[in-house]
Ligand binder design. Sequence first.
Ligand code: GTP
Ligand code: MG
Length: 311
Amino acid sequence: MKKKVKTDEMTIDMIEGIGPTTMTKLKNAGYMSVMQLAVADPYTLTIDLDIKARDKRKNLLRCTTGSSQLDNLLKGGIETHAMTEFFGEFGSGKSQIGHTLCVLAQLPVEKKGLDSNVIFFDTEGTFRPERVEEIAIARGEDPDKILDGLHLSKISHSATLELMVKDLAKYVEEFKSKMVIIDSLISLHRAEYAGMGQLATRQQRLNVLVHQLLRVAENYSVAVVTTNQVMDAPDTFFGDPTQPVGGNIIGHASTYRIYLRKSGENRVARTLDSPYHPYDEVRFTVKAEGVTDPEDKKKKIVEEALENEAV
Ligand code: GTP
Ligand code: MG
């Protein structure tokens, strides 16, 4: 007797009549299950399958984080065509980075922005528009203009997040956005699929989610920024530091992973598992203007500039 497969467990390989080329295209575009294909809207599906391999490096942009030190760690800032994950314990600065990017991504390229609108998914209810206003004002930008360019979505169920991400290509085009921030990526799944028996389902759903995000990042020249709360320093875990929360999936999909920790008034950021960046550690801080360099670093930069002028 044939084993009965549940509808939500059916993969696209089980569909008869799909040729190998289309099958590869579908998989590359992140369509793995019959369910995903069934609920995909035709608009997104057409775009996904029509995407030609583009020269991604050609129009690669980098967005400043507000801290020259953190930018250095990222080799110039947050990259488009890539997914950057900030992970760390509570209060380590993940959400503040997100708030600061809401302002900075909208700045022109000459000011190290992306000249773009911003899409922000808030899954923890911690987004504060007035904080974005404060950061904009402190940086001499028009707060109303910045808030106009911000598309905020408060999400409280993992299914909603999945739906939004599934249609992200559409939103990115509609809002002309090159910066998508998800604060945080896995908290809803973590809460809803809490039992050990649900671990496989959770990982599978997160897997689909991160691959869809990567696909949008790569195909639409978008910088995808995610946050992930972890309970402890990576050194104290065996293997992957996000193991207790997100498993390996997030780590392997993110292009860049930055681990954040508190150090008094300052925050320390360091790279982890990056194929492009050597191990490195820098300091930044959070002030009225959002993420910025610590005072001593700023002083040093000014002193060096003055010295150079004097020569
Ligand atoms: P969780 O979401 O709890 O995991 O923490 P997080 O990593 O998102 O921390 P968040 O970015 O919210 O806060 C980091 C730090 O930024 C705080 O501990 C404060 O020191 C600082 N901070 C937060 N809000 C403000 C603000 O409105 N003004 C200033 N100047 N600093 C702030
Ligand atoms: Mg936060």
